[in-house]
Design a protein around this ligand. Structure first.
Ligand code: CS2
Length: 479
C-alpha cells in the first residue's frame, strides 16, 4: 500500500513547529511505483481523486503517476520537495482523518514539454489522465474545437514550425503523442477527468482536431491508437489553506507544504478501453459502465448545476461558501426547483434504464453541501461560467423546452450568471471580454447577445430571451 492512515482526530489549529521533519519517502518508507500514468493538470483535485484512487488500488505498487502542472510550476516544485508525497485530509462533519498518498512519483513543471514527450513515448506508459479545466478544451459555442482561439492558433503555429514548445495542455499532449507514435510505443488510453458531458468524445475531438490541423498522419495514428475514456469524477476539494497545513503538522508531526483537503465522499464512473492496461481502480470504489451518459448528467446537472447556481445567486446575495449559500432559503429553493427540472429529464427515456437513485442522490448532495467544515468558496466555483453553464444549465433548459415547459429554474441560473458577470469584482471567464462588451447593451438585446456566447440555440429562442430578461433582478439573481 502506498497510503498510511493515522487515526481520526478532531482538528485543532496547533502551532507550526519549525523543527518538524518534512514529509518524504524515507520518512514514510513509501515505495516508489514505476511511472505508468502521465497526468496533465497537477492540482488539488487530481491529488484528492485520481491519485487517491490509484494509491488505493490493490496493484498500486505497479502504478506510479508523473504529474505535470498547467500554467505555473509552483505545485510541481512544492510536491517534488517531498518526493511527490502529500497528505489527504479527509474532512467529515465529525473531524479530520489524514492519509499519505504516494502514487505521484514525479511532479513536473508543465513547461517541460520534452519530459512530457519522453514519458508519453515510453512503452511502460499506459494512460494519460487529464484535469485541465473545462475551458481548456477550447470548444466554441458550437461544440467544436475553436482553432481560431489565440492560444490554439499559437500552438498550431509552433507545432508546424517545430520552433518551440506548445503552451496549451492539449497542444502539449498532441506533441507528446507524436513522440509516442515516433517511438512505436503502441496504443494508449487518454482519460478525461474534467466536468464535461461526453468528456471522452470532447477530448477526442480536441486532440484529433489539433493533430489534424498539424499533421494528418498523426491524426490518423491518434484515431487508431488512442482510446478516449469518458468518466464522471466527483470529490469536493476546496483550496488548501494555511490552517490546513497547520492542522496536518499538529496531527501528523511532519511538515507537508502541499496537503489536500477533501470530503469523505468519492465517486468515479468510467467507460472505455484501456489498451495498455490500468490499475484496479475498482478496488477503491471506481465503477466501470457501458453507458456513462446518465451518470454524467446526474452529476453535472445535480451537483455541478447546483454549485453554479449557488455560486452566482449566493454571491449576489452576499454568501461566500457553498454551505452558507445553501443555508439561505432563497438559494435553497432555487436549487430544489432546478433539481426538479433536472430530475424530470434524468429519469426519462434518456436514462436508458440505469438506476440513478435520484432521491437518495439529492439527499446526499444536501448533506455534502451542508458540510460546514469544508469551506468551499463560491468564487472558486464561479470561474469559467460560460463554459460550465453549457454543461450545467443549457441541457436542462433545452430539455424542459422540448417537453413544452418553461425551464425557469435553469434559466434562473443563467440570469444569475449574467448579473454576476456585470457586477462581480473579479469575473474570470474565457469569454470575459466578449461578455463585458455584451453587457454594455441593454434589455433583451443585452440578454440575447450574452446568451449567444453560451449557446446559440438558446439565444435564438425568443421565449427564453424574454424569460431570462424577466428573471434579472429577482431575489436570487441580484439587481
Ligand atoms: C465545482 C466542481 O468548481 C466547480 O465548478 O462544481 O469542481 C465540483 O466541486 C466537483 O466537480 C465535485 O466533484
Amino acid at each position: 500500500m502506498t497510503t498510511e492512515k493515522t487515526s481520526a482526530v478532531q482538528t485543532d489549529s496547533g502551532s507550526a513547529s519549525e523543527a518538524l521533519p518534512q514529509l518524504n519517502r524515507t520518512l514514510h518508507a513509501a515505495a516508489k511505483p514505476p511511472v505508468r500514468i502521465v497526468h496533465l493538470g497537477l492540482g488539488a483535485f487530481h491529488r484528492s481523486h485520481q491519485a487517491w484512487f490509484t494509491s488505493h488500488a490493490s496493484d498500486a505498487a505497479e502504478w506510479g503517476i508523473a504529474a505535470f502542472t498547467g500554467r505555473r510550476p509552483d505545485a510541481a516544485l512544492a510536491l517534488a520537495e517531498q518526493d511527490g508525497l502529500f497528505t489527504v485530509v479527509e474532512r467529515a462533519d465529525g473531524g479530520d482523518s489524514f492519509a499519505v498518498v504516494g502514487s505521484i512519483v514525479e511532479a513536473v513543471d508543465g513547461a517541460d514539454v520534452q519530459r512530457l514527450a519522453e514519458l508519453v513515448a515510453a512503452p511502460a506508459t499506459a494512460i494519460v489522465t487529464l484535469t485541465v479545466t473545462e475551458a481548456a478544451y477550447r470548444l466554441g459555442a458550437d461544440g467544436q474545437l475553436d482553432t481560431n482561439a489565440s492560444d490554439v492558433a499559437a500552438d498550431l503555429a509552433l507545432l508546424a514550425s517545430g520552433s518551440g514548445n506548445p503552451s496549451t495542455p492539449l497542444g502539449r499532449l498532441v506533441f507528446a503523442l507524436a513522440a509516442r507514435r515516433a517511438a512505436g510505443a503502441g496504443p494508449i488510453a487518454v482519460v478525461c477527468c474534467d466536468n464535461l458531458a461526453n468528456n471522452g468524445t470532447v477530448a477526442r475531438n480536441a486532440v484529433t482536431g489539433l493533430a489534424a490541423a498539424w499533421d494528418a498522419d498523426l491524426a490518423a495514428w491518434v484515431e487508431a491508437n488512442a482510446s478516449f475514456v469518458s468518466t464522471s469524477v466527483d470529490r469536493i476539494t476546496p483550496r488548501t489553506t494555511e490552517a490546513d497545513i497547520a492542522a496536518v503538522e499538529a496531527a501528523c508531526g511532519y511538515r507537508d507544504n502541499s496537503p489536500v483537503v477533501a470530503e469523505p465522499f468519492t465517486n468515479w464512473v468510467l467507460s472505455g478501453d484501456f489498451p495498455a492496461g490500468r490499475p484496479r481502480w475498482e478496488d477503491a470504489g471506481a465503477v466501470f459502465v457501458d453507458h456513462i451518459e446518465p451518470f454524467e448528467n446526474r452529476k453535472l446537472w445535480l451537483l455541478n448545476g447546483a454549485h453554479s447556481l449557488l455560486a452566482y445567486a449566493g454571491q449576489l446575495r452576499g454568501r461566500t461558501t457553498v454551505a452558507e449559500a445553501l443555508a439561505d432559503p432563497e438559494c435553497r429553493t432555487a436549487v430544489e426547483s432546478f433539481w426538479d427540472e433536472a430530475e424530470a429529464n434524468l429519469t426519462g427515456a434518456a436514462a436508458s434504464g440505469a438506476d440513478l437513485q435520484i432521491p437518495a442522490y439529492r439527499e446526499a448532495l444536501l448533506a455534502r453541501f451542508s458540510n460546514a467544515r469544508i469551506a468551499h468558496h463560491l468564487a472558486q466555483i464561479a470561474m469559467d461560467g460560460s463554459t460550465k453553464l453549457r454543461m450545467r444549465a443549457v441541457p436542462v433548459l433545452l430539455a424542459e423546452r422540448a417537453q413544452g415547459r418553461s425551464g425557469v429554474a435553469a434559466a434562473r441560473m443563467i440570469a444569475a450568471w449574467i448579473n454576476f458577470s456585470a457586477s462581480a469584482e473579479t469575473f474570470h471567464d474565457p469569454l470575459a471580454a466578449e461578455v463585458s462588451e455584451a453587457n454594455k447593451l441593454e434589455g433583451t438585446e443585452r440578454v440575447r447577445t450574452v446568451l449567444a456566447l453560451v449557446d446559440p440555440a438558446v439565444a435564438a429562442d425568443d421565449a427564453v430571451v424574454d424569460l431570462v430578461a424577466g428573471l434579472l433582478g429577482t431575489s436570487t439573481t441580484g439587481a
